[in-house]
Ligand binder design. Structure first.
Ligand code: ZN
Length: 106
């Protein structure tokens, strides 16, 4: 998967800047900030960011990770912690995407 496939799945235009999109997650409308995916970034950076955009807009990462919302009672109580658990070898984990960005030098 690459930046282009992530854009197709999220129905978003190509952009070098952050973009907001409205999607439905867990039956609710959600305003989501999409991460910019630099065209000149190494493959692992682009893949990691693209996968995060897929999951953040309600899709499923190729590793199986999905955005899990708190239950309705927790949401009504104002709980906003969200958990996304990627497989350890997925380029979208915090550790892997940050490591790829550091190696890129940005
Ligand atoms: Zn993943």
């Amino acid at each position: 998967m690459n930046d282009e496939s992530a854009r197709k799945r999220s129905s978003q235009p190509a952009t070098k800047h952050s973009a907001l999109t409205v999607t439905r997650i867990g039956g609710m409308n959600a305003l989501v900030l999409l991460l910019p995916v630099p065209d000149d970034a190494p493959e692992l950076v682009r893949e990691g960011l693209a996968r995060r955009n897929i999951v953040n807009t309600g899709g499923t990462c190729p590793c199986g990770a999905v955005l899990r919302l708190p239950n309705l009672a927790a949401r009504r109580a104002g709980v906003t912690d969200l958990s996304i658990v990627h497989e350890d070898d997925c380029p979208a984990t915090d550790e892997n995407v940050l490591s790829a960005i550091r190696r890129w030098g940005r």
